[in-house]
Write a protein that binds this ligand. Sequence first.
Ligand code: SAH
Length: 250
Amino acid sequence: MLENIRIVLLNTSHPGNIGAVARAMKNMCLSQLVLVRPDQFPHPKADARSSGALDILQSARVVDSLDEAVEGCHLVVGTSARSRTLPWPISEPRDLAERIYTDYAEQSVAVVFGREERGLSNEELQRCNLHVQIPANPGYSALNLGMAVQIICYEFHLQAIKASGGESALPGEQGPHGPGWDEPAATVDDVERMVRHLEETLVQVGFHDPDNPRQLMARLRRLYQRARLDKMEVNILRGMLKAIQQKVNT
Ligand code: SAH
């Protein structure tokens, strides 16, 4: 999916922004950059801001028109910080990424970004099948060009990770019940034994009065069930309880 997505920048005025875009793209595993009549390119400022993503800049295509930039694409997406006079199908970056994955995974997609000062013209936006807007402060919604590219490419990258079978983006993200955790998850009976051990200890130290229990144990049970403990954590907690009991009994 990511190899088929091209990032198109229209008439970018600051070469530094082109470098920032190259960096954002490379971070997120995208590589096709197309520049429509940039003011200054190549430029040392672009190289510097790319921070090592020079390969993206070196392979960037420089073209004369939007038509040329989107030639051969099956879907052209225009990005805009604000709604325009004529409503157009509009989406958020996450929905766009899902849609590309489900409907256009094998096809060529262009995402077009506008000028720093003026964005995309209405005519340019009307050349796009779909518009995408990054939700932002309604009174201050225009992001820096590089940052707008970063957010959109991040959603593409997350979607590509999910599509490649990695349910979770990072090992350990889902806690003890997900892949990549270092200890097996505790079972409900492990947790129940630990809670009973805790109850016994709390009675011994005088914190819990079984004749006036109120909701103490229910609340503690809810806390430990919610925490999705692993077996090692249950063992540590039970070891602590045992040490407290030994101290109380001596
Ligand atoms: N003053 C311009 C803002 C341009 S910002 C305007 O009002 O349109 C430069 C480019 O970054 C925009 O053309 C768009 O491609 C992208 N961008 C900035 N903020 C965005 C947002 N909130 N949603 C989508 N794209 C955005």
